[in-house]
Ligand binder design. Sequence first.
Ligand code: ADP
Length: 448
Amino acid sequence: MTADSAELLALRRVMRKNYFVCAALFLVGVSLHWMELGVFVPKLALLNVAWSVSFVVLGLAEGAGWLPSKWLGTLGVLICLAAVTAYLHFTGGPSSAYFPMLWTLPLFVAMYSPDSWGPTVLAGAMTVGAVLVLDLLAGLPPRVMLVQGWGIGLIGLLAVFGARTYRRMRDAEKSAQQERLVALEQLAESERRRLRAERERAEVERLVLVGQLASGVAHEVNNPLAFVKSNLGFLEQELRREEGPEDRAELCEVIAETRQGVLRIQQIVADLRRFSREETRDEAGKPEDAMHEAKRLASVRLHSLGEVSLDVTSGLPPVRLGQRQLVQVLVNLLLNAADAVETAVPARRAHIVMRARGVDGGLRIEVEDNGSGIPPEVLPRLFEPFFTTKPPGKGTGLGLALCLEYVSRAGGTLHAENRSEGGARFVLRLPVEAPARAELNPPLQARR
Ligand code: ADP
């Protein structure tokens, strides 16, 4: 069923009910003459019944869609006019107590068909005609007829004007509603575009990190590959000896070492694959796992520069930042630390520490290095998008801006400082996930 036909059916239902209610009221109208005249007049009662029945038929016709609503409405007006005129004729013509009923007819029509002024004008004209007929039959002077005609004309005009006002108000409301819908749709579209752009930017930055790691991967994979290869050569040689391997314990050692090398390669490839894969869902960040993963990922670059040590309180609860985003933030900080140590003068071995503690109902993670430190003029601009001190092709200036965005969105903070011993320290504060919050820090719950 189309929206149009559903709307038409709903309208028909309303109109049908309307005809039935009118029919019931016309029946109740039998009591009117009874009250006024003090006697029951079968002729008048019959008129009411006929009037009522004709409206029931109109209601049925409306519900079944036998005739367009417009025609049924006009038919209804004609029936009302005929019934009222006959009623008046039987009860004293222009001097009948029911005479004002005629005057209300145009208003009645305007009320039921506000969308078109035709039926109201027609009802007004026909009412004037009916009054004239009654007046003529009663032999009233033309002056009275003129005044009555004029009065009904005025009521008709009033009804037409009222219907027009109603129509205009409804059209204005409709177009305002339409404008609101269009504005809402535009808002939703721009929000969708913003989210898409944000996702793409995050994706690009992550791939930039993968690119930075990739150069180290070759070296990191080559190392274990080299000894896996030489170990396999040695094993083959030993197994080919006619008298069998000389030292079985040594063989087992070589196999264990080879397995270690293969596992290391597998780990590097798996980490890098997981990190570079596009995913929309991100589970709550587990600080300890994230730190280990970030260290493993960054080690392909940091391995040759120095060491990264971890200082983590075990059993830290999950944080509100997603796991992948947390890993991305930490890898970013570690690679920046690597750059800072690499460019430091005099040259030194990197010593980078990643520390995590639960503090004040949240989590504090620090990444500190023994690099060049942050120059005072650079410090206020660190988190600005596209701010970089690195040569073109090495830095995008987006890493820290994106880290700050992720962290702030999770309700955390990120700031940088210089260490008194030299080098820089980045401090990350993150709120923990709500359910674990109570376990980690009961006093905070009490304070709430
Ligand atoms: P990019 O690394 O691409 O330059 P970032 O937003 O990650 O972009 O970093 C912005 C700038 O902050 C870097 O160019 C560098 O000057 C400075 N910076 C970041 N981390 C450190 C650090 N550990 N030590 C010194 N300076 C740093």
